[in-house]
Design a protein around this ligand. Structure first.
Ligand SMILES: O=c1cc[nH]c(=O)[nH]1
Length: 193
């Protein structure tokens, strides 16, 4: 299922997706899962950026050992906002953490750029903070919870970006077990590539 296409993408969307893609590449070069994300304000300010850190952290989704003032991943509070950290694993969550603590009003009219269709965990965080727009690099290798975003009134744009797709396809081919683990499946099932 592909809800939206490049028809509604702007030049800024392509520019910020490149930043998310660079995050994904960085993750790949670190030996991790190549998914990157960036949170951008309505005025074009980058509030946070990050990439999936599951492999680098050797950690299941988010059971964060420290700092101790973290309840569960989506409510995580980091004492040094805007400093990318190693305390989360999913790309979008890593990005939210990098943005640090923000008042609810700051999330209004923000856009989350993510190289891959957001899984249900990341979708939950996006909905919790009422992020109003999500731009997705590609949803062919993995279809997340875009329908859920749509039902909740979040604008969803799918760029169907070749670079994002190729990077994920390569990773899934090379390491199906690690990919399956990230999405709660065995052996990379769930990849449509
Ligand atoms: O949306 C997703 C899906 C898998 N892994 C991520 O980091 N994000």
């Amino acid at each position: 299922m592909q809800l939206r296409t490049t028809a509604t993408a702007t030049e800024d969307d392509k520019r910020f997706m490149k930043v998310a893609y660079e995050e994904a590449r960085k993750g790949y070069e670190e030996g991790g899962i190549p998914i990157g994300a960036v949170l951008v304000s309505s005025t074009g300010e980058i509030l946070g950026q990050g990439h999936n850190l599951r492999i680098q952290n050797s950690s299941p989704i988010l059971h964060v050992p420290s700092p101790p003032n973290i309840y569960i991943y989506i409510y995580s509070i980091h004492p040094t906002p805007k400093t990318p950290t190693n305390h989360t694993t999913q790309a979008e969550i890593s990005t939210l953490q990098s943005a640090g603590r923000l008042p609810a009003s700051k999330y209004a009219n923000t856009t989350m750029y993510t190289t891959l269709s957001p899984c249900s965990m990341c979708t939950g965080a996006i909905l919790l903070y009422k992020i109003s727009r999500v731009v997705i690099g590609e949803n062919r290798t993995f279809m997340g919870s875009e329908d859920w975003l749509g039902v909740k009134g979040v604008e969803v744009v799918v760029l169907d970006d070749e670079g994002c797709r190729e990077l994920m396809e390569r990773f899934v081919r090379e390491r199906p077990g690690d990919w399956g683990e990230d999405i709660g499946e065995e052996g990379g099932e769930g990849c449509g590539c």
